[in-house]
Design a protein around this ligand. Structure first.
Ligand SMILES: [Zn+2]
Ligand SMILES: [Zn+2]
Length: 552
């Protein structure tokens, strides 16, 4: 879901709407605004009613908590789709982007945009999202409290706790906190994992809208250089930005920290720090951020450290280290950029076949190449399909590689191993596999599914396209347990797939560049391309959120 949302918002803020041609059925600013904000009100009403139903159900009977939770969680995904759908209708049906471009311009006709025009375009969506959190607070809070009410209604539990009636409920209510701290918490989570790349793209768009087109053409080369330097700077500072947005704190001193530091030394793994992510106990997860050794963080959530023991934490730490050792992030980055370039040239080629589609902001950006904004939604759908199918396939292979590295990280290398005493005698640099190491990792994986409430066998497509189901990952590791020599064949196969993909994409790009029309003014479009694609894709590729959380 975070990924879907990111692509959608990117698509929403890319087009430069033509003041002469509203894209939807509505061609009056008044009606566009009225219908758009009515849509916001309706989604808010829906969020309010969903939360109210949950609250009423568990307040009448706390025993119905589990059923109400399950129903509410199932609806969560549908509600996010509803937000996206209503906003897409505003943009393409009610011409909201077009209306803002006209309204928010110095001349009132869209020729001289005022700073903030893109933010205003996105405002209805962000407001819907904000209101959905405001109301979700009631549902989440009453579900949280229902657990304590159940306890409160049980005389035995009350006798053991030795407290007055309703004391646990009052304490729990205090622990859950107020509505605004809940909303702020949700906003920070979303900011770090979804909106950061989108906001950077919006900033880039706002700035380029403020710079006169004539200046843009005169200084094209210099502006491209600034854009590339900017993207590199963003990529390098991404770990700091995520740390700031999520409010990550260094893992406090103690046995877990000592053990992870020792593991890092043993695996010859460099990172700036191991951080703790306070998710209010909502998920058990780990991730690694940062392409370079500095800044690079390994992050564990609060729930993860509560539920997993030392061996398991070390095994999952090994999985994160595995992503770095196998160079997955630079590979993803290269793969994405190559894919984007192929897709861009494919669009160019297609629009040269149908010349009637000339113009649009992408076309202007690419110096007179006939590429129309009509391609943006189609390109986004294509991109999504490509990501789910091709990138998903690659990503699942890479996760398996990281899983194997995680097993190695807690292995001693002896084939006849029957157990390790407190992690003693583990192989340096993860050189060997042993049955105990594989079993430790399998156990940790199974626990990820059960603690996060994910289905082990059939988690649903959106939860498993990047990582694969826990059942399949475990089955693969059991295969290694039976036949350790299978690992070499697996690694060879993955290497073949990864490099084969790069070769195929490179060849496709070469062919497309050959058949595409040359730009009218003779400049090569390629150097400018990062300013279009990079801000949304590149920063994202630096984050690896692992073991996929069940929520988005
Ligand atoms: Zn062993
Ligand atoms: Zn992973």
């Amino acid at each position: 879901m975070p990924f879907l949302l990111m692509v959608f918002l990117t698509v929403a803020c890319l087009p430069k709407w033509d003041p002469q041609a509203p894209p939807g059925w509505v061609d009056s600013i008044f009606w566009s605004a009225l219908l758009t904000w009515l849509g916001v009100a309706l989604t808010a009403l829906e969020a309010f009613l969903a939360a109210w139903r949950v609250r009423r159900a568990v307040e009448r009977d706390p025993g119905r908590r589990d059923r109400a939770t399950a129903r509410y969680e199932r609806g969560r995904f549908g509600r996010q789709l509803l937000l996206i759908g209503v906003y897409a209708l505003s943009l393409y049906g009610f011409s909201w982007g077009w209306a803002v471009a006209q309204l928010w311009s110095w001349d009132g006709r869209g020729a001289a945009p005022i700073l903030g025009v893109k933010m205003l375009t996105l405002a209805p969506f962000f407001l819907s999202l904000l209101l959905s959190w405001v109301f979700a607070y009631d549902a989440d809070r009453s579900l949280f409290l229902a657990a304590y009410r159940q306890l409160d209604g049980d005389p035995l539990a009350r006798a053991i706790l030795d407290s007055g009636p309703a004391a646990p409920v009052r304490a729990a209510a205090k622990e859950f906190g107020g509505r605004w701290s809940y909303v702020a918490f949700q906003a920070r989570q979303k900011l770090a994992l979804v909106f950061l790349p989108v906001l950077l793209l919006v900033a880039q768009q706002e700035i380029s809208l403020q710079i006169d087109e004539k200046i843009q053409n005169e200084w094209a080369w210099q502006l491209s250089a600034v854009a590339i330097v900017g993207v590199l700077a963003v990529m390098l500072s991404l770990p700091w930005m995520v740390r700031l947005a999520l409010g990550l704190k260094p893992l406090p001193p103690g046995p877990t920290r000592d053990r992870l530091m020792a593991a890092a030394r043993r695996l010859r793994f460099r990172c700036s720090d191991v951080l703790l992510w306070d998710t209010r106990g909502s998920m058990a997860n780990a991730m690694v951020i940062g392409v370079l050794p500095w800044p690079r963080y390994v992050v564990f959530t609060d729930r993860f450290l509560e539920e997993f023991n030392g061996d398991e934490v070390e095994a999952v730490f090994g999985h994160e280290v595995g992503h770095v050792k196998h160079q997955h992030m630079p590979y993803y980055l290269g793969f994405m950029m190559l894919s984007m370039a192929v897709m861009l040239y494919a669009c160019l080629y297609a629009s040269s076949l149908w010349p009637g589609l000339g113009g649009g902001s992408l076309g202007a950006l690419l110096d007179g190449i006939p590429l129309n904004d009509a391609w943006i939604p189609a390109g986004a759908v294509l991109l999504l399909a490509y990501m789910f199918l091709v990138f998903g396939f690659l990503s699942r292979r890479c996760e398996r590689q990281a899983d194997v590295y995680g097993c190695r990280a807690v292995s001693c290398g002896r084939g006849d191993c029957v157990g390790h005493e407190n992690g003693a005698g583990l192989a340096p640099r993860a050189v060997g596999l042993c049955p105990t190491g594989i079993r430790t990792f399998i156990y940790a994986l199974e626990k990820v599914a059960s603690v996060n409430g994910m289905s082990r066998d059939r988690p649903g497509f959106l939860q498993s396209w990047q990582h694969g189901s826990i059942a399949r990952r475990v089955a693969f590791l059991y295969g290694l347990l039976k036949d350790p020599s299978a690992e070499r064949r697996f690694q060879q196969r993955v290497a073949l797939v990864k490099w084969g993909m790069i070769v195929v994409l490179g060849a496709a790009l070469a062919v497309l560049i050959g058949v595409c029309p040359t730009p009218t003014d003779g400049t090569d479009p390629a150097p400018k391309e990062p300013s279009v694609e990079a801000p949304d894709q590149v920063p994202n590729a630096g984050i690896k959120l692992d073991l996929d959380s069940s929520r988005s």
